[in-house]
Design a protein around this ligand. Structure first.
Ligand code: NAD
Ligand code: WQD
Length: 352
């Protein structure tokens, strides 16, 4: 298939690129680098051994999106492009609505006009808010607790409406739990531009010496060790699920909404210890107050993804920590540190 990855230069998009290329697809990346670096493209060329087809595109630029689709043919789009910081979304809700929701509307309109028949959408466990019970199944009540989450829920709903209006259009909503880890090469990984708000990149930066200590938000949750429990999933397992979802849309010709998690809850403290073991580094921490809005325990029931896609997570928490550490120790300052010259990036890319 010829597949467009909107937001494909980001953390999950670039890992997914490697899996799709490995499976023999022709893959094109479109991104505006709002939260990523062109350096990723040079790394992708290194990993895959081929120039990376790339189109600079801002999803908010409706004429630009229309023009691109008018002259390109795709069998499917995977839509990663979104702003994703929960705290920032509370400060700048309109920017989140514009970027995430308007961008998705323009994308869907251009896809409909160009007759692109399939969409895989990056949804999130955030649509469950604070779940009533765990493990969380796809039919659990949806109730979001912040503007970022609201954009994900609205986007799922508007994609559903498009599917109802056109019985030939196919879409997959993939509800990711907590993606972590990195590509086994150590060349690709998560590289937050600001202070990390997520746990794993924060731990990585403490272990590599960029930050003094981790603050663990809450030690008095009703969980076995008092710290919050989440379903961390290796980004390469997640990447593989995108390829499987695309196959499902083609072969089964049905729409899809599935959780992508391991089904295993890991506490903050367990992750800290697993990381310390994998990296042979100390991860100093202190326990502080709970972070407002955090649930005690969120983990997936991934049975539906296994049943429909034949997919299940294979990499355990030790592999997640080992690969995250390989990335962080090889790139202590992320993509910026091992920077290649701009003309090298240009050589790595074939503009589409
Ligand atoms: P990321 O920020 O690394 O990647 C998103 C990419 O989209 C970036 O390269 C960014 O530059 C690009 N982008 C943003 N707005 C754009 C626009 N208007 N036009 C073009 N490109 C744009 O994030 P990620 O972690 O790779 O997440 C990918 C998707 O998965 C997002 O939709 C996110 O909401 C969703 N998701 C992420 C997580 C997580 O914890 N990482 C969990 C659940 C869901
Ligand atoms: C995990 C655990 C924290 C940082 C968020 C979004 C969600 C999804 C994934 C996009 C919690 C604790 C964290 C720190 C800590 N993203 N923690 N110290 O909150 O489960 O989910 O990212 O869709 O929408 O809300 O992930 O990594 O922020 O937190 O103790 O410095 O680590 O309290 O228990 P979360 P997280």
């Amino acid at each position: 298939m010829r597949i467009l990855l909107c937001g494909g230069a980001g953390y999950i998009g670039c890992h997914t690129y490697t899996v799709l290329v490995e499976r023999g697809h022709q893959v094109v990346i479109a991104d505006n680098f709002a939260n990523s670096s062109p350096q990723v493209l040079a790394r992708l060329e290194q990993v895959t051994g081929k120039p990376v087809p790339f189109h600079p595109l801002d999803m908010r630029d409706r004429p630009g999106v229309d023009a691109f689709f008018a002259r390109q043919t795709f069998d499917a789009v995977v839509h990663f492009a979104a702003l994703k910081a929960v705290g920032e979304s509370c400060e700048r809700p309109l920017d989140y609505f514009e970027n995430n929701i308007s961008g998705t509307i323009y994308l869907l309109q251009a896809m409909r006009a160009a007759g692109v028949p399939r969409l895989v959408f990056s949804s999130s466990a955030t649509v469950y808010g604070e779940p009533e019970s765990v493990p969380v199944r796809e039919d659990a009540p949806l109730r979001v607790t912040n503007p970022y989450g609201r954009t994900k829920l609205v986007m799922e709903e508007l994609i559903g409406d498009v599917c109802r209006a056109d019985p030939h259009f196919r879409a997959a909503n993939l509800r990711y739990f907590n993606p972590v880890g990195a590509h086994a090469s150590g060349l690709l990984g998560e590289d937050p531009s600001d202070t990390p708000s997520n746990l794993m990149p924060y731990i990585c930066q403490v272990a590599v010496g960029r930050r003094e200590k981790l603050r663990i938000f809450g030690g008095d949750y009703p969980t076995p060790d008092g710290t919050g429990v989440r379903d961390y999933i290796h980004v390469m397992d997640l990447a593989r699920a995108h390829a499987d979802a695309l196959d499902y849309l083609v072969n089964e010709d049905r729409n899809l909404t599935v959780n992508l998690g391991t089904g295993r809850g890991i506490s903050v403290m367990e992750l800290v210890h697993a990381f310390a073991k994998a990296s042979s580094r100390e991860v100093p921490y202190e326990i502080v107050d709970r972070r407002p809005g955090d649930a005690a325990e969120v983990y997936a029931d991934p049975a539906l993804a296994q049943r429909l896609l034949g997919w299940r997570a294979e990499l355990d928490v030790d592999a997640m920590c080992r690969d995250a550490w390989r990335w962080q120790s090889m790139n202590p300052y992320g993509y910026a540190a091992g920077r290649v010259e701009e003309d090298r990036v240009e050589e790595a890319v074939s503009l589409v």
